[in-house]
Design a protein around this ligand. Structure first.
Ligand code: ZN
Length: 231
């Protein structure tokens, strides 16, 4: 019997039903990645105690970040300890208080257009920020590891790592950071004096790589200085 050829399912019909809260699924995924990165940084000695905070942009307009809540031991950071905040640092998802440095993360994401911002408190970045404070920053040049920074293709690259005076006045500090980023659009990070490193990138994985590169170079600079090689 000559029958009608069964109608092929269209791509649309084959696709699974859309999740009711697709934003929630994305948030969960990003929270899991941030928690994993935080535990890894603790293991490397870059976020000991409750230090360090990590964020990723969930959406741009209006700006929403997934960010670590405050006062957490990074050794046991879990996705449930990540919050979603709006552009005024108000919590819109999750329970807890956002990191005290949320306004700095928001300023970086806003001015640079970064998709992720990571902040560590390593021994070397703390020492380096004190050693070079009088110069206002550290010039990193000639190192092969510089090629790990987004857009850098040669060891001959000159990377200026500004040193910003530390403060507990977060509104003022985030304003200072926003001004520096607007004046020096090519930089990949900065140090807060005797505090730690901030870096960022388009994607979370790149920002994680930037932490590894800049922490490596901070250690190189500190060790070289101790040996009297540079400074
Ligand atoms: Zn800090």
């Amino acid at each position: 019997m000559k029958g009608k050829k069964p109608r092929a399912f269209s791509r649309k019909e084959q696709s699974p039903p859309r999740a009711k809260d697709s934003g929630g699924a994305r948030f969960s995924e990003l929270a899991a990645s941030l928690a994993e990165i935080g535990r890894g940084f603790h293991a490397r000695g870059w976020a000991l105690g409750t230090s360090g905070n990590f964020s990723v942009v969930i959406q741009r307009e209006p700006l929403r970040l997934a960010i670590t809540s405050t006062g957490l031991d990074k050794a046991s950071l879990t996705p449930a300890q990540i919050l979603e905040v709006d552009e005024a640092a108000r919590v819109v998802r999750g329970r807890g208080r956002p990191s005290g440095e949320t306004s700095i993360h928001l300023a970086i994401a806003r001015v640079t257009g970064a998709g992720a911002v990571l902040h560590t408190h390593s021994v070397c970045s703390t020492v380096l920020s004190g050693l070079y404070a009088a110069k206002g920053g550290v010039l990193l040049e000639g190192y092969e590891m510089l090629k790990g920074l987004q857009g850098v293709t040669s060891h001959e690259h000159r990377e200026w790592l500004p040193i910003v005076e530390n403060s507990q006045d977060m509104a003022r500090l985030s304003q200072t950071v926003a001004e520096i980023l607007a004046q020096q659009p090519g930089i990949h990070g900065f140090l807060l004096r005797q505090h730690g490193l901030y870096t960022w990138a388009t994607e979370l994985a790149e920002a994680k790589r930037h932490v590894e590169i800049l922490e490596f170079l901070a250690e190189v600079m500190v060790r070289s200085s101790a040996l009297g090689h540079r400074g």
